[in-house]
Design a protein around this ligand. Sequence first.
Ligand SMILES: [Zn+2]
Length: 430
Amino acid sequence: MTKLNVLIATFVLLLAACSESPQVVTSESDSIEVPIDDTVILITNAYVIDGTGNVLEQGSVLIENGLISAVGNDLVAPLNAYIIDAAGRTVMPGFIEGHRHIIQGNPDEWMANRADANMQEFLGAGFTTVLSAIDAPQILELRRMINQGEMVGPRILSGTFIPVNVLPPGESTSDPARTDVSRPPGRPTEPAGKIPDETIIELVQNAAAAGYDMVKTVVTVTPNGPEVDTLTLMVNTAHEYGLKAIVHAVSVTDTLEAIKARPDHLVHTPHIMQLTEEQAQTIVDADIPMMSTLSTFVPFYDENNQPIFRDGLPYGWHTLSSAGQGPVNARLLWNAGITYGFGTDTSFHPRRTLKAELKALNLTFSEQDIIKIMTTGTAKAVGLESEIGTLEAGKVADVVILDGNPLEDLYDLLNVDLVIRGGEIVIDKL
Ligand SMILES: [Zn+2]
């Protein structure tokens, strides 16, 4: 890209002579080289999906100093602007991944050998913000490196795990999605043990001191168990320390219990048991956003056509009903008015998992709904709706340019040509 705009300036000199003489017009052309200011970007000739529900057929987006300064039809480029001609492509807010596990394998090796490339994969798939819903503690170093410009990557939000009960030996909260203590008939029949309040408070304090953005827990309620009380303490303590508190609940039963503690969002759509419309309304009335993660229980397939779970381990066919119950529950909640966010809860390549989540969402949601979920819905669910999620003046300039129009073909969301993160071009395939 050139760093100079060559401006063909035409100076028109209008000479008005005395009133009896005809007007004499002379003109002279000259070129002036204006240095491009990297912090001023004008995207023109774009199909703008701004995330608020508005679409501009021939729109422009002006970015200055990391922020969106204007969106409109007739924006005039500042002389020093770097101009991107979108040539009719779609411009929309950068994608937000609302539930992801980023670090894989040995965390130190991953940081040394994979982190940089993986961050490029997220950006290349259009993700300018990624919520780490539990990773190895190295996630904090990754976030620091990105924030301080030592690595190029999406904005990272990081959560750490705090338990809300002590399960009997043999039961594990490590991956209830797979081991499925939430799924009848596997549900606990005995009350779980209580974790002392001081321990919960200390764990939240430690998370705050370490610099996490949020604490996360897994709730499978046990008969007369301590889960809701302990979760409530966790949520309230987190808020005292300026952290968010997010909750994994995957069955209808557990979701209805978890909302009583008023967490900041639910990291999954309930996909075990079918909601009634009344239950959906109860969840929505609690006014707690929820992430989709619908692709979690739709099998991926490996190169040998073997069904695998979202992390590469064998898929359990006993969980297959969730592939349908998740999308159906999601639609019931949507009809009742839920704030719904996009999250995959996966560990595969970001573009591949974006495609899988879109496929699952598209079972019960339109293209227009999915765009709403991916923009304002997810921004609100991660608590950053005042900064990201729409293309509006004053918002952070997180922008993607897509080949095609995802309102006509949903999978055009996979055709990312250019990504701007905080006003900086980080991916450019144009
Ligand atoms: Zn997860």
